[in-house]
Write a protein that binds this ligand. Structure first.
Ligand SMILES: [Zn+2]
Length: 306
């Protein structure tokens, strides 16, 4: 198996893990100091691509000591269990508020199935991880050697447990899902505000938090380096989020929220795309509209936030 691999700098590589059966959507990042770390794992269905990518990079499975997850959502953490079976020395880093879901994944899988609806069949399954291999990541400052340290940046909003990771040496920020989906390969960008735990006030704060860093390379998990300079990419995604949030808010009074109409207005393109990409666009935006609707139902006063 040969996977698309991009060397982003002397110590950072990106594996296109083929997430949700499409190219250019799911990245697993490989960071090499004296020690090797991965950021993000995709799903169990993409673990094979990650292992192939490591082999292409000439990295022994034994050399991978750290697997960092930005948050528990299954398209980020779902492959971790499978990977730990093949990477015998790897510990898994996740916010302590959700770590239990990787030790006992059945409840998370049921929740994801509800949240992602029509996309569920491309999410795979989850292998449990032994509790002693899990490490709390919210205060992480992980020294990989060669001057490279990965530092956790709490960025809740998209999910309560969301962490970005900052590497000061190269000015790299792994944004996870905290600014949304930026499929730079296709120039398709959109917010992602899923049920059941999206929080608008926190999300607005996450944009402000990230904007304070001197970011030279911004790496969302979906997908790859941003085309726009980092500060502008963050600003653009902030604006896109506000637009869809206002659209949902303005239609909340309707008994039947016109999900399809809102999705259509939020679509980043009107051009035809591949069926797999179409599923990603419609699936994520429908999920986002449902996430916002649920958030406003639970937090009616939040309509005043924007
Ligand atoms: Zn997510």
């Amino acid at each position: 198996m040969q996977v698309p691999l991009t060397q982003l700098s002397d110590h950072i590589a990106m594996i296109d893990n083929g997430l949700l059966t499409t190219d250019g959507f799911g990245a697993t990042y490989v960071i090499q100091g004296d020690q090797v770390a991965l950021i993000e794992t995709g799903t169990s269905l993409t673990a094979e691509a990650t292992l192939a990518g490591l082999q292409q990079l000439g990295i022994d499975p034994e050399a991978v000591e750290h697997i960092l997850l930005t948050h528990v959502h299954m398209d980020h953490s779902g492959g971790a269990g499978m990977l730990t079976q093949h990477l015998p020395n790897a510990k898994v880093y996740l916010h302590s508020m959700t770590a239990e879901h990787l030790v006992e994944p059945s409840r998370l899988m049921r929740s994801v199935e509800r949240a992602v609806g029509q996309m569920w069949h491309v999410y795979g399954t989850m292998q449990p991880i032994a509790a002693e291999r899990m490490v709390a990541a919210e205060n992480l400052n992980l020294n990989l050697g060669k001057g490279i340290s990965l530092q956790a940046v709490p960025t809740p909003g998209h999910s309560p447990d969301h962490l970005a990771f900052w590497e000061a040496h190269s000015g790299t920020m792994w944004a996870g899902d905290s600014i949304g989906i930026l499929m730079s390969t296709y120039d398709l960008n959109m917010p992602v505000t899923p049920p059941p735990a999206f929080n608008l006030a926190d999300q607005l704060q996450a944009f402000r938090t990230l904007a304070r860093y001197p970011i030279r390379q911004l790496l969302p998990s979906h997908f790859g380096p941003t085309v726009a300079v980092p500060a502008l990419a963050i600003e653009e995604m902030h604006e896109r989020l506000v637009k869809i949030v206002r659209d949902v808010r303005d239609h909340l009074h309707l008994a039947e929220l016109p999900v399809e109409a809102i999705v259509e207005r939020a679509l980043p393109t009107n051009e035809p795309v591949s069926p797999a990409l179409n599923l990603v666009l419609w699936g994520n935006l429908s999920m986002s509209v449902r996430g916002l609707k649920l958030f406003f139902e639970r937090n009616p006063q939040a309509v005043e936030l924007i």
